[in-house]
Design a protein around this ligand. Structure first.
Ligand code: SAH
Ligand code: SF4
Length: 344
């Protein structure tokens, strides 16, 4: 059975045989343009809403919704219809509201410092499961308007390319969030970056670099052994040439591992070569990784070193650490507290 946000307009029409045409517009406009829950579409007859609720079930059921004390961050843990769990985060800033979505339940990439990676891979999400994360957050954000989407939740989006791209097209065309405000974050799947460069819609690319030499990157980000830095940087340069969209390097600062002066020099060289903007994120502690994040004073010095070397870098706020808002952490905490075995 298709889920509510996995169907297209033609399939919606097929579910309404004998109904006047304006019903399709009401349903489409309500679900996709306003992102309203079906039960709120009171311009549709109650009996029709009841029937559609059965025939077009939602894909996401709330397990927990956590709100930060300042109410600027909302994080959901959802259960999918087969029992897998995923996370979504809504973040309000002064000038924008951003939704961070998951692309897979779990992740097969095995980065040791990442809570999602520590739990292993469960399955790909389908496009409807990805789109619904955005729809639910758009409704929750009112009266604020969701302006940006980042694929920085659980999973590796470019390892689930077709579903992620189908979701991007729908978010752009049906939900009306411009492709220029969508960012795909990747650990560095080179064939996926090359496919992105050929797409018509110009999305932004974020590369989770974390190390700027192959020896260290092989260790922190195992997929580097398949797609080493030289290949990755070449793909980034080609993406930049093809799309001219902002490229960013994500760098989780790990104390004593990738926050030394030498790391700053190597990183600045790579970033300048492709005009990438560097986002520094102090590492969030996770249950399965002993090394800590870089202390605040060293974060500032590291950023200054990058700037002095002619690279652009900002320190990203660690949003919602008090509600376990880092990637994969809410699920990890939930599984510990309810006693579900890890890595099912
Ligand atoms: N798989 C993709 C997207 C999801 S991860 C990727 O790796 O890019 C989103 C971001 O969170 C990545 O930049 C990832 O490196 C970072 N991340 C993972 N674990 C983290 C942690 N413990 N502390 C800080 N950032 C982390
Ligand atoms: Fe997967 Fe990204 Fe976590 Fe690495 S950092 S394990 S690629 S989700």
């Amino acid at each position: 059975m298709p889920s509510r946000y996995g169907v297209d307009r033609a399939s919606l029409e097929a579910l309404l045989p004998g109904e006047p045409r304006f019903r399709v517009d009401q349903l489409w406009g309500g679900l996709y343009e306003r992102c309203a829950p079906l039960e709120n579409l009171t311009n549709l007859p109650a009996a029709l809403r009841t029937r559609l609720a059965g025939e077009l079930p939602t894909a996401l059921e709330v397990v927990t919704e956590s709100v930060s004390p300042d109410e600027q961050t909302v994080k959901w843990l959802w259960r999918l219809r087969d029992g897998a769990t995923i996370e979504t985060v809504l973040m309000h800033y002064d000038d924008r509201s951003t939704v961070c979505v998951s692309s897979q339940a779990g992740c097969a990439m095995g980065c040791g410092f990442c809570a999602t990676g520590q739990g292993g891979f469960e399955r790909h999400l389908d496009a409807g499961e990805i789109v619904e994360q955005v729809v639910r957050a758009v409704w929750r954000a009112r009266p604020r308007r969701v302006s940006n989407i980042v694929f920085m939740g659980m999973g590796e989006p470019l390892a689930n390319y077709d579903a992620v791209w189908a979701a991007i097209e729908r978010i752009h065309a049906d939900l009306g969030i411009s492709a220029r405000h969508l960012t795909v974050s990747t650990v560095g799947i080179v064939p996926g970056i090359r496919r992105l460069a050929e797409e018509a819609l110009p999305v932004n690319l974020a590369v989770s670099l974390h190390a700027a030499n192959n020896t260290l990157r092989d260790e922190l980000v195992p997929i580097n052994r398949r797609y080493p830095l030289e290949m990755l940087l070449e793909a980034c340069a080609d993406h930049l040439a093809a799309k001219n969209r902002r490229l960013s390097f994500e760098w989780a600062l790990i104390h004593g591992v990738n926050d030394r002066d030498q790391d700053a020099r190597e990183l600045a060289d790579l970033a300048r070569s492709v005009r990438a903007h560097i986002n520094l994120i102090p590492l969030n502690p996770t249950p399965g990784y002993a090394v800590r994040g870089t202390p605040a004073s060293r974060v500032r010095d590291f950023r200054r070193a990058l700037t002095d070397l002619g690279a652009n870098a900002t320190v990203r706020q660690n949003r919602g650490t008090e509600i376990d808002a880092a990637c994969g952490q809410l699920r990890a905490e939930h599984e510990i507290s309810v006693g579900t075995p890890r890595g099912r």
